[in-house]
Design a protein. Sequence first.
Length: 247
Amino acid sequence: MSTQEAIREPDLSAFLASKPTASSVDFVVNSIKDLLLGKKVLPGDRLPPETELCRLLSVSRGSVREAMKILSALGIVEVKRGDGTYISTGGGEVMFDPLLFRLIVSQPEFGELKELRLILERNVVRLAILNATEDDLLQLRECVEKTQSLKDKAEKKYDELLALDLEFHAILGRAGKNRPLETIYRFVMQYFRPFIAQSLTKHSNFSRESTDAHQKILAAVEQRDVVAAEKAVEESTEVWEFLIFKQ
């Protein structure tokens, strides 16, 4: 497929119009978000050129440029120098998710976070049991095996262990085949990243406990056993809480 065939350039003239607003930059940002929510633009679409957006929205070039910087930082658009601005396909990493920031500043109690993780993870494993493919199961097995191999080494590489722990949950989320839940689950696990890192460095047995928990979850998903999966999730969360607060 050629580049021209692969790129969609939707006509947005019927969907964008100038409106009075306190902030032209916010107006541009919200207009692009509304187009996404309404599926008027799709991931991979190329947005109109800067001059065309200025005309459609009746805003200055400076406002459009600032809005694109914000949208780029949020991971909504990708600016390709000399080619144009595209709606992100989700392949890149967002530097800092604003929802994550809002969760941080809300300063939730650990008990609230534990409940949130349990609610999400129980449903993630239920969907994984229903929808996981052989490829999903293979990826989960390989992740557990890599963790086990790394754990058995005398020199502990905590960054790699942390990455594998988060990778296991990312694969589990994908296995459920529910993209909104996968996104929320990945987001919440990123919030737990420093807690997991703390447990890894404070307690030499954390990687063993974590691997055991992942093995139990994997076994339950492979056997399509909802009861065993929920029990494994609950045990995993209890161990995790114990290690975090253990001195």
